[in-house]
Design a protein around this ligand. Structure first.
Ligand SMILES: N[C@@H](CCC(=O)N[C@@H](CS)C(=O)NCC(=O)O)C(=O)O
Length: 378
């Protein structure tokens, strides 16, 4: 098939959208979303640019803590298609996963009740407008911390909860063992993601020609790969492990060892609400500190009343570290008691008793060979 006319049309559309965005329109993200709903074919040589997140004017963050308290529920932008991280369990009708547990943890800290969350599922394209518009209070769904998202899109990231990298899944019987073996092949990727942006650049840099098929969401991308439309399926390695269990024959596929990028995944809030971002950040550090100090969901009650002053501060028995955030002093105790420390959350969703059995790797404490570092709780 000669793809040049098609690529030209897409390029012209993107160019027109860029012009309208320069005219001050705030709807660029939505327009780009329409474009990427069309499954398109892009050649690696850079003839058509993948969709870029659009810069928009964003209202200042405001007083999210007060809004959440008044409402009595935390609105969390999440995911429904990524088992282990953010998944709408068809059996229970509940959202589950590592990221969802951080929504629960934030609700425990702020409302004293981890169950008070309302999850809005988002795709790669819809997640940023959903947070920008105020529809949700926080976005916690396998989102990579990048410069442009932090600055141009008007967000503030909280500490990374899962250090990841972009990977490639292929069929075991394809003979493909390295990324170079994909020469002349086709790769499926989801729009609105860092993985879409990295892909063409990465293969261009290593001089391997591929065709890229772009799909709107995780389901469409996975189904296209599963149906044989692509030789490779790329996203964060965590996403690949997750999508693999949903393939018709999971064991017929493997994830190549190579990492194509760094993908630090974590929560984000609207820029300008510093206190709200501090709360999200210290919720993450609460879980990491608790693991570091040996305080977990099972023993947190017995750790109360102990001799360690840092543990006493962490659990709100002494000091006034909750007040500084506008929270009750026992907010971190509530997080650990109701949701768990980092290890509890990791093991519940990704550990050996789950279909994923993901090694901690970089996501271990720095004292165990990872890079999780508990900031001093003082
Ligand atoms: N970490 C990357 C990729 C995140 C991403 O959106 N991954 C996809 C593939 S696993 C996803 O979560 N899709 C969910 C959906 O579309 O429902 C990013 O922040 O751009």
């Amino acid at each position: 098939m000669n793809k040049k006319p098609f690529i030209l049309i897409i390029s012209l559309l993107l160019f027109c959208l860029m012009l309208s965005a320069c005219g001050g329109g705030e709807t660029q993200t939505v327009e780009v979303t329409r474009i990427v709903e069309v499954t398109r074919v892009v050649e690696v040589a850079g003839e058509a640019a993948p969709s870029q997140p659009a810069a928009v004017t964003v209202a200042e963050g405001g007083d999210t803590l007060r809004q959440v308290r008044d409402r009595g529920t935390l609105k969390c932008g999440g995911n429904q298609n990524v088992p282990g991280f953010g998944y709408l369990d068809p059996a229970s009708g509940d959202f589950t996963g590592f990221d969802i547990d951080y929504c629960h943890a934030l609700a425990a800290a702020v409302l004293g009740d981890a169950s008070k969350i309302e999850v809005t599922p988002t795709t790669g394209d819809s997640r940023f407008p959903t947070l920008q518009s105020g529809e949700v209070d926080v976005l916690i769904r396998n989102t990579t911390w990048t410069f442009s998202r932090d600055t141009a899109l008007g967000f503030d990231f909280a500490p990374t909860t899962f250090y990841d990298g972009q990977g490639m899944m292929v069929r075991r019987d394809s003979g493909i063992e390295t990324l170079e073996d994909l020469e002349g092949g086709t790769v499926c990727v989801q729009s609105g993601t860092t993985t879409e942006l990295n892909l063409a650049q990465y293969f261009d840099a290593i001089g391997v020609g591929i065709e890229i098929l772009v799909y709107e969401d995780a389901v469409a991308t996975r189904e296209a790969y599963d149906s044989g439309a692509c030789d490779g399926f790329t996203t964060d390695k965590s996403g690949l492990v997750s999508q693999q269990i949903l393939l018709a024959d999971p064991n017929a596929h493997q994830i190549l060892v190579e990492d194509m990028s760094r993908e630090p995944l974590g929560p984000l809030t609207r820029h300008g609400d510093n206190n709200w971002n501090d709360i999200m950040s210290w919720v993450v550090y609460c879980t990491i500190n608790a693991e570091f100090l040996g305080v977990n969901q099972a023993n947190v009650d017995s750790m109360r009343g102990g001799d360690d002053p840092v543990v006493s501060d962490l659990l709100g028995e002494t000091g006034d570290l909750g007040q500084n955030l506008g929270l009750s002093n026992d907010w971190c105790y509530q997080v650990v008691k109701q949701v768990g420390n980092y290890e509890d959350i990791y093991m519940r969703n990704l550990g050996p008793n789950t279909p994923f059995n993901l090694p901690r790797g970089l996501n271990a404490l720095y004292t165990d060979g990872g890079i999780l570092y508990p900031l001093p709780y003082r």
